[in-house]
Design a protein around this ligand. Structure first.
Ligand code: ACO
Length: 380
């Protein structure tokens, strides 16, 4: 029996701290006018030390679970798309799993740069359609601000922090994520790269001195790649879904540069009212940009039941990912659980996690004591 992957919940977390173009002009040789004109960005949100990738992912995930009115224990899998995971390992997804009480869920992180959300959505959809899983939480969460060289005006003006999440559930009614298209071209890997911190260049005095843990980008080449790939990926996924472009109600592209978005919209002959743009306030939040934009589009009443949506991401790899979604969730559902109950529930999940840690320590201590007693020479 065919199963369809429907988006039933969504949520986002935006750190309150704002860095404007004027703030940046005090840090590097740039201006509000240059940044607005070349990118369309006016300000971006920057996370504090407390607002880590996992922290933001957890908040976005909780909202998505609540909107879907889902018991977290029924989630089968959590995928966190991120270029800025909490640690090399464990996966950020496992930290989310613990914090939201998804006791039966597997979890892994997915690395595909700014295309990560599209890759994760495609992976989750495949798993649901194959019958392997029924409920998959897909999150894009990024703290790119931690990887920026704040002396490099070519990159530090572009990025911001944030997280967005969707819950996908399998249903028999047609709709939801109907087509996906993924692509990559590793020959352009060096065009957008954080050279160190992996196994090739582990952290050393030399990597730190040479600023190899920061984002390095050939902006002009990435721009050329993006303007080429966004329209072609959109065309491919629309064709796969069996749609035509006049059917598209909303195009939600990766929010990197308004000139890239305008050029794609022009190539696809999409009028401005069918193209969602919010990068003026967020900059490029990498894998979080499309789910944040989706949440804002829903809040702005731009997404309605039956609508045909196309999302296209592109980024490091080089990678690209396009998805065609027939929206099926009821219009603007209120959060299902009352706030106090929700706080209590997540408080309990936190306590349960602490107790698990405590029992693990006690268990280890007990084993050591038993070992010690068993190995002790018998008293004469
Ligand atoms: N302020 C003022 N001047 C600047 C700045 C700045 N912030 N940055 C660069 N310049 C200067 C350059 O030094 C250059 O000066 P020069 O002519 O004297 O050498 C001039 O402006 C033009 O530079 P370009 O790089 O040609 O500027 P361009 O119009 O291409 O804009 C930009 C640069 C905004 C980076 C653009 O290339 C871009 O958006 N590229 C795509 C980047 C992108 O989307 N990356 C994310 C991909 S997603 C992911 O996976 C992370």
């Amino acid at each position: 029996m065919p199963r369809y992957a429907h988006i039933t919940g969504w949520g986002k977390y935006i750190p309150p701290g704002i860095l404007t173009n004027h703030d940046l002009a005090k840090m590097v040789n740039t201006s509000d006018e240059w940044i607005r004109e070349r990118t369309g960005i006016a300000e971006r949100h920057i996370a504090t030390a407390k607002e880590t990738t996992a922290f933001m992912a957890i908040h976005a995930a909780r909202d998505a679970v609540e909107v879907a009115d889902m018991d977290p224990a029924k989630i089968d899998l959590i995928i966190v798309a991120t270029a800025t995971p909490e640690h090399c390992f464990p996966a950020t997804a496992c930290l989310v799993q613990d914090a939201i009480g998804a006791t039966r869920a597997g979890g892994f992180d997915l690395s595909a740069g700014c295309s990560g959300f599209g890759y994760a959505l495609a992976t989750a959809t495949g798993m649901i359609r194959s019958g392997m899983h029924n409920a998959v939480l897909v999150i894009g969460s990024e703290t790119l601000s931690q990887l920026l060289d704040w002396d490099d005006r070519g990159t530090c003006i572009l990025f911001g922090d944030g997280a967005g999440a969707v819950l996908l559930q399998g249903k028999d009614e047609p709709g939801g994520v109907l087509a996906t298209s993924l692509g990559s071209d590793g020959s352009g890997g060096d065009l957008l790269i954080v050279p160190a911190g992996g196994s090739k260049h582990p952290a050393s005095v030399e990597t730190v001195t040479n600023k190899m843990h920061y984002v390095r980008m050939n902006g002009r080449e990435v721009y050329r790649f993006a303007t080429r790939v966004v329209a072609s990926a959109a065309r491919q996924v629309v064709q796969q879904a069996g749609w035509t472009f006049d059917k598209i109600d909303l195009f939600i592209p990766h929010q990197a540069n308004v000139r890239i978005i305008d050029s794609a919209a022009k190539a696809l002959k999409l009028p401005p009212e069918k193209v969602f743009v919010n990068l003026e306030r967020y900059g490029n939040t990498s894998a979080a940009s499309i789910p944040i934009a989706l949440c804002e589009a829903i809040d702005a009443n731009k997404v309605n039941p039956g609508d045909h949506l196309v999302m296209v991401g592109f980024g490091a790899g080089l990678t690209w990912a396009a998805c065609a979604v027939q929206w099926s969730a009821p219009k603007r559902r209120a959060l299902a659980a009352p706030r106090a109950f929700t706080r209590l529930r997540y408080g309990w999940f936190g306590l349960r996690s602490l107790l698990s840690k405590l029992f693990r320590h006690l268990d280890a201590l007990l084993s050591r004591i038993i070992d010690f007693i068993e190995r002790r020479p018998p008293a004469v």
